[in-house]
Structures are given as structure tokens and as C-alpha cells.
Design a protein around this ligand. Structure first.
Ligand SMILES: *Cc1c(COP(=O)(O)O)cnc(C)c1O
Length: 370
């Protein structure tokens, strides 16, 4: 290309797209190994399951590996039926996605356009903002109140242009929940042109008895879409599979914007095997429960402030030493997530690991934090 023609792209790409700040994921283990010449690196940055996937899922993946020359079932027939039984809904209430990320992108593509708005708590999952901007819409960020999503303020932000309200419940990156009572208030207060998206990526980890059963609103025919994923507790993040649950009319519309083979063959068989493996699920849940207690105790001993979490991660206040802490941990082969992109520059988000990983984290964290 000729020099000077570079400014041309800015002319042909819409300004809304140029304004998007790309999503910055946690650093991959291999990259850190390569860059720092380390042989052992642990990643406590992306809320993955430290136990890995279910052994049943691994077996299913191996069994089907020789079938990958075939297109996958675009309808996810078996998985959809098994999920429907699991959730006590109809198969037509479910849409599968290439991660629940993809459902967020389909939702914005279908319901957002220029002049329309989506509302989210802030800080929360950054893809809500990015996908809304990619759909040429406007994202309304409603600040959290004491690290919790402020439902009253969100209700006040609804207007005739609002189309979607994204509620990450529990909220990433704070780990806090919106209670049943507050969600009920929201669901009862939306006009018919607004959809409430309950993103429940960490559903299986929640212990708080005030947590809502949001599928109830789907069954009652409300404008509610529930998102869940196989990436977190089920340990299948690398395969990319998640789903949305809503009333049939909504699912049927979303399906028009869904790519025909969006969920790959191995993801489908691994998800089916994972769903059946209750043992691995329970083991993962119990590990996080135990290790959360361990980390809370250690953090309190060190006098560190943190936000009590209903998930497998903890938002930790690291103050003005944050950058130093992140870099020193990295040098030792521990990847954690800095929160600059979430407007929380004095915090890190730590994914709960195995006891060995958590002990190593505390040992190294202590050295810089003191
Ligand atoms: C991890 C996460 C997701 C994305 O999950 P995928 O299914 O891997 O796309 C969605 N929402 C929240 C809040 C998350 O933390």
C-alpha cells in the first residue's frame, strides 16, 4: 500500500467501530513461559477450573476426534434435549453458542442498532460494552454501589431507546450477586421493548440462598434471557460452548442471527459428557468452597481488603503497589488479572486455584504487599 493511504481506513470504517477498545484477555501460559523463560507457570487470571475438564469429557473428545472431518450438528439436537431435561425447560427454549460470549454478540446484533441503548452495571463483563458498540448502539454504564449492581439506578436509566439490560449475576469482576428480590423488581419494572439478560456464568458456584432462580421468569414468559456456560465450572473454556435460555419467540429470533455451525463437534460431545458427570462438578464446587475459605483467612492475616465472592475469583485491593505486585508475581510464574480495564486500578482479580497454587500465590504476594 502507498504511504499516505493509511488514513483511508478511518474514512471507510464507522467511528463507533474505531472507538471500540479491544478486549484484553488474561495472558496465556505459553506466552509467559516463552517471554520470561520459565518452565512452570500458573494462570489465576481467567476464572478457569483448576481441576481441568471432566475425565468423561476428555474421553468423549478422544472418542470423537476422528470425526472432525464432518460438520457438527448445527442444531445441537442431543445436547439441547439433555440440557432441556437438566433445566426443566423445552428444547425450543435453548440456543447454543460458541461460548456464551457469542450469545451476547447475537443479542446485540438482533436488538441493538443506531440510536438504541443497552444498560450495564459498571464495572462488569466488558463484552457487553464492546458488542453494543459493534452493533452501533450506545452503552449506558451505571456505577456499582458498594461493589454491587445498583438495580434502582438501572431502573431509572431505562428509556424508550433501551433494548437490553445486562446483569452479570454474580458480577464479574466483583463476585457479588443481585438478590432474588431485587431481580424480581427489575423484571417487573421493564417495559415490553426491554430484555433483561441474566448472565450466570458462575451460577454453579453460588452459595448465597438469596440468589434468584431466574429460569422461573423464562418459564413465566417474561422478557428474560438466562446465559450459562461450560467455560467456567465445567472446565471447557478452550472448546467454546455456552447457551441462552428464553421463551420460544425470543430463541426463534436469535436463531436467525446464529451462524449455522457455531458450536463445534468436540464441544458438543464434551458438554454432553460434562453434564452427566455430577462427580466432577461436585468436586470442583467443593474445591472452590474450601480454597476460598483458605484464601480469605490468609488475606485477612495479611490485612488485605477484598470483596467477599460468590464465584471462583476474588477481587483484592492491592492499592498503589498494584503494578509492582502483578509484575513480581509474573516473574515467579503466577498470572493474575490487573483491573485497569475495569476502572479498578488499585485491584487485582485472583482466580481461586488448587491448594498448592493458592499457597504459592500467598507466599509470593506477601513479599511485595507487606
Ligand atoms: C467468562 C464469562 C463469560 C464468557 O463465557 P464463555 O462462555 O467462555 O464465552 C460470560 N460472562 C461472564 C460474566 C463471564 O465471566
Amino acid at each position: 500500500m502507498k504511504r499516505g493511504s493509511s488514513g483511508f481506513l478511518e474514512k471507510i470504517v464507522p467511528s463507533e467501530i474505531l472507538q471500540v477498545k479491544p478486549y484484553v484477555p488474561g495472558k496465556p501460559i505459553e506466552e509467559v513461559k516463552r517471554e520470561l523463560g520459565l518452565s512452570k507457570v500458573i494462570k489465576l487470571a481467567s476464572n478457569e477450573n483448576p481441576l481441568g475438564p471432566s475425565p468423561e469429557a476428555v474421553e468423549a473428545i478422544c472418542r470423537y476426534a476422528s470425526q472432525v472431518h464432518l460438520y457438527p450438528d448445527g442444531d445441537c439436537y442431543y445436547l439441547k434435549r439433555e440440557l432441556a431435561l437438566h433445566l426443566e425447560v423445552e428444547p425450543d427454549n435453548i440456543i447454543l453458542g460458541n461460548g456464551s460470549d457469542e450469545i451476547v454478540s447475537i443479542l446485540t446484533r438482533v436488538f441493538i442498532q443506531e440510536g438504541k441503548e443497552a444498560i450495564m452495571g459498571y464495572p462488569s463483563f466488558l463484552m457487553y460494552k464492546i458488542d453494543t458498540q459493534l452493533a452501533r448502539g450506545k452503552i449506558i454504564c451505571v456505577p456499582l454501589n458498594d461493589f454491587k449492581i445498583d438495580i434502582d439506578a438501572i431502573i431509572k436509566a431505562i428509556n424508550s431507546n433501551t433494548r437490553i439490560i445486562f446483569i452479570s449475576n454474580p458480577n464479574n469482576p466483583t463476585g457479588t450477586i443481585v438478590t432474588r428480590e431485587k431481580m424480581q423488581e427489575l423484571v417487573e419494572n421493564i417495559p415490553p421493548w426491554v430484555l433483561v439478560v441474566c448472565d450466570e456464568a458462575y451460577y454453579e458456584y453460588v452459595e448465597d440462598s438469596l440468589y434468584p432462580d431466574s429460569l422461573r421468569w423464562v418459564k413465566e414468559g417474561k422478557n428474560v434471557v438466562v446465559l450459562r456456560t461450560f467455560s467456567k465450572i465445567y472446565g471447557l473454556a478452550g472448546l467454546r460452548i455456552g447457551y441462552g435460555v428464553a421463551r420460544k419467540e425470543i430463541i426463534s429470533i436469535l436463531n436467525r442471527a446464529r451462524p449455522p455451525f457455531n458450536v463445534n463437534l468436540l464441544a458438543q460431545v464434551a458438554a454432553r459428557a460434562s453434564l452427566k458427570d455430577k462427580k466432577h462438578l461436585l468436586k470442583s464446587k467443593n474445591l472452590i468452597k474450601e480454597e476460598k475459605k483458605f484464601l480469605y483467612t490468609k488475606l485477612k492475616e495479611l490485612g488485605v481488603e477484598f470483596v467477599p465472592s460468590q464465584t471462583n475469583f476474588i477481587l483484592i485491593k492491592t492499592g498503589n503497589k498494584t503494578e509492582e505486585i502483578i509484575n513480581n508475581l509474573l516473574k515467579k510464574g503466577i498470572i493474575v488479572r490487573g483491573m485497569q480495564a475495569y476502572n479498578l486500578p488499585d485491584y487485582i482479580r485472583l482466580t481461586i486455584g488448587t491448594r498448592e497454587e493458592n499457597e504459592f500465590f500467598i507466599q509470593e504476594f506477601r513479599k511485595t504487599f507487606r
